[in-house]
Design a protein around this ligand. Structure first.
Ligand code: DX5
Ligand code: ZN
Length: 224
């Protein structure tokens, strides 16, 4: 079953605990945490101490998305802070295999993220190593951007590759996810859908999660 992951980037950071409790009351069981360093992307967000504080107020799966230039140095700190899974950008990693295996050796799931301009083919020899692949459907750095439709092709291709090779990795999408496109994203083969502004900038974030999840479940029902 496909799952909706609220992205706390669009939450009110001054009331983060309440914001998290609210989306969890709407059924969220995984939370997406964006880490930006002002180098890899032109924006800055949060570091390990914030993840540590979040860990104390939730049992949800913490999905940490590192948009930073030095993932080898910092990924272990996020695992230590309580991340259940950590993804690194293909474009930022010099020795991707080592980076991914290092995260896994610390007891967390490891994902690789692809920017919109990076083709899925570059991961051909990593698909049996990674726990998940995150397809960026916007250029990373900011919430509230428009969904790039080409990402659907990338999801379909990844889904085909995992079926052909009987691999267990999960497929995640991040950027511009809303009620209008949830159905086609799920039908393309996506497992985890990150949603920031369509959840936290709505009138009621709990119902927004519920509505997106219902749309995702409905899309799967159509698929069968
Ligand atoms: C963008 C971040 C996303 C962001 C998505 O660089 O990686 O996780 O929160 O926000 P929306 O859903 O508003 O596009
Ligand atoms: Zn993200």
């Amino acid at each position: 079953m496909a799952q909706i992951l609220p992205s706390i980037l669009s939450a009110d950071f001054a009331r983060l605990g309440d914001e998290i409790a609210k989306v969890e009351s709407g059924g969220a069981g995984m939370l997406h945490v964006d880490v930006m360093d002002g180098h890899f992307v032109p924006n800055m967000t949060l570091g390990p101490p914030v993840v540590e504080s979040i860990r104390k107020v939730t049992r949800s799966v913490l999905d940490v998305h590192l948009m930073i230039t030095d993932p080898d140095r910092y990924a272990p700190l996020f695992v230590e802070a309580g991340a259940d899974q950590v993804s690194v950008h293909y474009e930022a990693a010099t020795h991707l295999d080592r980076t991914v295996r290092n995260i896994q050796s610390l007891g967390a799931r490891a994902g690789v993220v692809l920017n919109p301009a990076t083709p899925v083919g570059v991961l051909e020899d990593m698909l049996d190593v990674v726990d998940y692949v995150l397809v960026m459907s916007v250029n990373p750095g900011f919430g509230g951007q428009k969904f790039i439709p080409n990402s659907l092709k990338k999801i379909r291709r990844l889904d085909k590759m995992r079926q052909e090779r009987s691999l267990p990795f999960r497929i995640e999408i991040d950027g511009g996810v809303n009620l209008e496109n949830v159905g086609e994203i799920v039908r393309a083969g996506c497992d985890w859908l990150v949603a920031g502004s369509s959840v936290f900038h709505s009138a009621d974030s709990a119902s927004a999660v519920r509505d997106l999840q219902r749309a995702a479940d409905g899309a799967l029902a159509v698929r069968v």
